[in-house]
Design a protein around this ligand. Structure first.
Ligand SMILES: [Zn+2]
Length: 283
């Protein structure tokens, strides 16, 4: 959806300044895609903006972070959580004195269900393992709210070019009662296959976790993180800056895993996001 804002009379002096600086006449603000599934990523692109007027945008109380996409062009990346109510949501955009409401339609996604039967010892952890798993979960949770400067550039790519074995959002019902939601995608792979960085980023975690096994996390800036689990080995270390497409590790089956595959997850502003939707955005 493209909405061109009408410039109110009181903004004419500002407009004149815009003309003076050779800026475009109006402001174009666009949400893309205009309709998404629960758990998907989207962009807000604002163009024709006077450089003094860096846009601000907010969705459901959460601020989006803009970066430059050329002269008088700003781009923000956001996503909606898997449990976002379907229907129209409003993104409030502020540019100087102007407020523009953009509409984002969220569709009800049909997430698959998978029933598993496992022995109890695989479902319930002993106190020691539980303590370890909880401490690791708390450590990961502390990473996601940290918003650093943008280092990602252009499109996000998938780390492995193989088919998906478990889709994002798959609801796993274990022994008919315990539920878990799959917050990433599982990509098929052979042990030792190369895993590539989805985009340029800084390594913020490279360690062996109880559930994830050898787990790698990249910070791409602007609140965007990617996560790679069950690796057989790492090819990078904490604080390394890795280029998009570079080999960061190798497929394995470490941690709680039934065979070699890559669990690939993405966080956008602390929201679990379908990695496929992020990779499909033209950035
Ligand atoms: Zn997985």
């Amino acid at each position: 959806m493209r909405i061109t804002a009408l410039i109110p009379l009181y903004a004419i002096p500002v407009l004149l300044v815009c003309f003076f600086h050779g800026s475009a006449e109006g402001i174009d603000a666009e949400v893309f895609p205009p309709a998404i599934n629960q758990g998907d990523a989207f962009t807000v692109k604002v163009s024709g903006v006077n450089p003094a007027g860096l846009p601000m945008a907010e969705l459901s109380g959460k601020q989006l972070s803009f970066s430059s996409c050329g002269e008088d062009c700003f781009l923000a990346l956001g996503s909606v959580s898997i449990d976002t109510q379907s229907g129209d949501h409003i993104i409030r955009l502020n540019i100087g004195d102007q407020e523009i409401n953009l509409s984002l339609a969220v569709k009800q996604a049909a997430f698959p269900e998978r029933h598993l039967t496992l022995p109890d010892e695989k479902v319930f952890l002993n106190p020691e393992d539980l303590k370890r798993a909880q401490a690791e979960a708390a450590k990961l949770k502390s990473l996601w709210p940290v918003v650093t400067d943008k280092v990602w550039e252009g499109n996000f790519i998938l780390p492995l070019e193989n088919s998906i074995s478990t889709a994002f959002g798959t609801k796993r019902i274990i022994n008919k009662k315990k539920n878990s939601i799959h917050r990433g995608i599982d990509i098929r792979g052979k042990k030792g296959e190369k895993v590539n960085a989805t985009n340029t980023g800084r390594v913020v975690l490279a360690e062996e976790l109880f559930f994830g096994g050898n787990t790698l996390i990249l910070d791409h800036g602007q609140g965007i993180y990617s996560l790679y689990m069950h690796l057989s080995a790492f090819n990078v270390a904490v604080d390394d800056i890795v280029a998009k497409g570079s080999v960061i590790g190798f497929v394995g089956s470490t941690g709680r895993s039934t065979g070699p595959h890559l669990h690939f997850g993405v966080k956008v502003l602390n929201v679990n996001t379908n990695p496929i939707s992020l990779a499909e955005l033209e950035l």
